[in-house]
Design a protein around this ligand. Structure first.
Ligand code: KIV
Ligand code: ZN
Length: 515
């Protein structure tokens, strides 16, 4: 951990609040991610997970926007979670009524305050905007709602007007004032000046709601917290309008690890929650997304893997366990023998020196072709190497393919059968079929085979995934044998798998002949 204790941080020019609230808006701003719409059941599932994670507040939706939003917010409220359930509303009575319909007792009401919003969206004067906001807050307070007020586009609003409108709603009884950086234009230094100024001006707890248009949302939120912000709006995976909001996982982990501020959030749940949101929304995280990306704890280079194997802190700022993620040692062209040995040991795969060298060479060759070898790839390569240790009667010497719009797919296969080289070409419905037809023709004097089963699987995702082919072949005497092979080329994997099964059938046949 790199953080210092709270007292030290405060002495170091930080005006940290004693309690920092996490206001999650995954179900509202997060759902505004283009193309995302969650069902009520999905929202409930997410709300339960957010509650278990330990967020202080969760914005369930925007009830005025549809009947479904009222229903899902009401159902979430009925779960009786520890977290406070919030509903969004514009500063109009009908929106506030929708929040009341959902039975919520905490409202997040907002109005645009910047010149752009005043002149082009609302077409209202400053005075009218203040009056409307105050009326809305009074109406909500009259209905016993706790009110948080956002000055939408606050960061492009004249400072004196921002102070005026916040003063108005504070007098009307809001519990939190919120500063949205609606289009993500803040930088850390401007955030420092703005939040310090507002904290000096108001005693009312201050919240921030930052967007990520310049990739600065987390940095700006941390700066706001350094300057005394009492609450941060966040979303899981940084979901939200356009480039999203401050990411919950980045903020919470940075506060815990880099500042030493523990927020009572169960960080071990972060990865599974991120994964759930990715699956339910269809918005998958980039592999290099901090904290939850697939590569957040993945290591490939021999130097890094060597360090990690000795002490994971050499190349990891936090342990994957802290966020419920897992470490991955990726094998590829940068892999060293140590990493490979440790991986094989982990999977209890025992190879002799020659087999080890063959696996190592295969990994390097695939790496040079630009591939990364995952753990599953490695297991398949190593097991195949183990299985291929026996002497083979039939060996592949060469494979050529021809296909196109005007020619039938044609495969030329060259085999060494009991020491004799044979070659033929054959057509088929596709290149795999053509290659297997050619093999069948070449071995017809030795044996007659039928392909009973053919299974092709990509070991990992992507168009350059390794192909794993599993086959079952039978001979004319009814013997059956499996065969498997892995290759980055589907036809090659298919040919090698078929030959693997034929060699086994031949072993069976020849052992019978000796009986
Ligand atoms: O970004 C924004 O300004 C908002 C408001 C509704 C607070 O999401
Ligand atoms: Zn927003």
């Amino acid at each position: 951990m790199y953080g210092k204790d709270m007292e030290t941080l405060k002495k170091e020019n930080m005006n940290l609040s004693d309690k920092i609230y996490i206001f999650d808006t995954t179900l509202r701003d997060g759902e505004q991610t283009p193309g995302v719409a969650l069902t009520a059941d999905e929202k409930i599932q997410i709300a339960q997970k957010l509650d278990k994670l330990g967020v202080d507040k969760l914005e369930a939706g925007f009830p005025a926007s549809s009947k479904g939003e009222v229903e899902s917010a009401r159902k979430i409220k009925e779960l009786d979670l520890n977290t406070t359930v919030v509903g969004l509303a514009r500063s109009v009575k009908s929106d506030i009524d929708a929040v009341l319909d959902a039975n919520l007792d905490y409202i997040h009401t907002f109005i645009g305050t910047s010149p752009l919003h005043r002149d082009y969206k609302l077409k209202m004067s400053k005075e009218d905007i203040i009056n409307k906001s105050v009326e809305a807050v009074e109406y909500a307070r009259d209905h016993d709602l706790t009110v948080e007020f956002s000055a939408e586009d606050a960061t492009r609003t004249e400072r004196d007007f921002l102070v005026d409108i916040f003063s108005g709603v504070i007098n009307a009884g809001v519990s939190f004032i919120d500063v949205p950086d609606t289009v993500g234009v803040l930088t850390p230094i401007v955030t420092r000046e703005l939040i310090t100024d507002l904290k000096n001006e108001f005693k009312t707890p201050l919240s921030v709601h930052f967007h990520n248009d310049f990739g600065l949302a987390t940095a700006n939120t941390l700066t706001a917290i350094e300057c005394g912000a009492n609450q941060a709006h966040v979303t899981v995976n940084g979901m939200g309008e356009r480039t999203g909001n401050t990411s919950l996982e980045e903020l919470v982990v940075a506060l815990k690890v880099a500042y030493g501020i523990d927020l009572d959030i169960d960080t071990t749940r972060l990865y599974s929650l991120s994964d759930l949101i990715g699956r339910l929304t269809g918005v998958k995280m980039p592999v290099n997304k901090p904290i939850v990306g697939a590569n957040a704890f993945a290591h490939e280079s021999g130097i890094h893997v060597h360090g990690i194997l000795n002490n994971s802190s050499t190349y990891e700022p936090i342990s994957p366990e802290l966020v419920g993620h897992s470490r991955k040692i990726i094998l590829g062209k940068h892999t060293g023998a140590n990493a490979l040995k440790s991986k094989l040991k982990e999977y209890h795969i025992d190879l002799n020196d020659e087999q080890f060298q063959n696996v190592f060479d295969q990994i390097k060759t695939l790496g040079d072709k630009g591939k990364c070898i995952t753990d599953d790839d490695l297991k398949a390569i190593a097991v195949t190497e183990l299985g291929s240790a026996r002497e083979k009667a039939i060996k592949l010497v060469g494979l050529g393919l021809l296909s196109g719009a005007v020619v039938s797919p044609t495969a030329t296969v060259k085999l060494e059968i009991d020491g004799v080289i044979k070659e033929t070409s054959h057509t088929g419905v596709g290149p795999v079929d053509a290659a297997i037809n050619a093999i069948r023709e070449l071995i017809q004097d030795t044996m007659d085979i039928e392909l009973e089963e053919y299974n092709l699987e990509a070991i990992t995702g992507g168009t350059d995934a390794l192909a794993e082919v599993f086959v079952i072949s039978s001979d004319s005497e009814g013997n059956k044998s499996t065969g498997r092979a892995i290759n980055d080329d589907i036809v090659m994997a298919s040919v090698l798998a078929v030959l693997d099964s034929i060699n086994k059938l031949l072993l069976i046949k020849r052992s019978h002949n000796f009986q």
